[in-house]
Design a protein around this ligand. Structure first.
Ligand SMILES: NC(=O)c1ccc[n+]([C@@H]2O[C@H](COP(=O)([O-])OP(=O)(O)OC[C@H]3O[C@@H](n4cnc5c(N)ncnc54)[C@H](OP(=O)(O)O)[C@@H]3O)[C@@H](O)[C@H]2O)c1
Length: 218
């Protein structure tokens, strides 16, 4: 999937922003259609990588559809680069509340938002995870899993290895996972099925021939 993503961007000239826009739209659509009666705010949990950018992109759509949103970021806003920074700036201008979490103790500050939300979106970690989940993300995932609230995961449940289905210390137990491009093998094997929930696959406008292997990814 990383090779397909890179080929779409570098060889086909599809800006990453377009892919992220459609990834965010896919997540927002699933949240909006599967949990239409939820009038409580949506808690959007974002990491500082491109997976977090997908979540911040979803925020724009959900806001446009009238949802109340609260965003927690597992890092500082000034760590965001490129497209995720663009979407974070838009979220700021839309007036969406955002809390930066940098230590495990900070997770307690998000407790009120967690208790008040009707739905969680997990955009903490995607296919770029390296090693066991670090703090404060690990504490946040533990808290999300114990909340009893429905969770929509972006691409892959955070903490689950997208290739092997092994849990990197701790992983989100999602109600629904919206996979971008192709379903990730790790969602289907090992601990994958017990963490993925139902699986929705959205092509996010990646070229069909790249996804079906007719055109080789670099
Ligand atoms: N075609 C596609 O599939 C497609 C297209 C567009 C977007 N995307 C999205 O982009 C995602 C991949 O983005 P990405 O490569 O930026 O990776 P990522 O999954 O967002 O992960 C990288 C981020 O997570 C942090 N991180 C890595 N390992 C960690 C750990 N063990 N504990 C805590 N934090 C950790 C990194 O911080 P450090 O750098 O500080 O380690 C970095 O901020 C996909 O999953 C998808 O959501 C995919």
């Amino acid at each position: 999937m990383q090779a397909i993503d890179a080929t779409a961007i570098r060889t086909w000239g599809i800006p990453r922003l377009l892919l992220m826009e459609h990834a965010g739209l896919a997540v927002a659509r699933v949240a909006h259609t599967r949990y239409p009666s939820s009038t409580e705010p949506i808690l959007l949990c974002c990491g500082t990588g491109f997976n977090g950018g997908d979540g911040l992109s979803a925020a724009r759509h959900l806001h446009a559809w009238g949802h109340a949103l609260r965003i927690v970021l597992t890092g500082r806003l000034d760590q965001l680069r490129e497209e995720p920074a663009t979407y974070a700036a838009i979220a700021h201008r839309l007036g969406l509340p955002l809390m930066e979490l940098t230590t495990p103790q900070d997770v307690a500050r998000a407790e009120e938002w967690l208790a008040a939300c009707g739905l969680i979106i997990d955009a903490l970690l995607g296919i770029g995870i390296r090693g066991d989940v670090r703090e404060p993300t690990a504490s946040l995932i533990d808290r999300l899993n114990r909340s009893g609230k429905p969770i929509v995961a972006a691409d892959v449940p955070s903490g689950l290895d997208a290739d092997t289905g092994v849990v990197h210390g701790i992983a989100v137990k999602a109600s629904v996972t919206v996979a971008f491009g192709l379903p990730k093998h790790g969602c289907l094997v090992q601990a994958g099925p017990s963490h993925t929930g139902s699986l929705v696959v959205d092509p996010i406008t990646l070229p069909r021939t790249l996804l079906n292997g007719t055109t080789n990814a670099a």
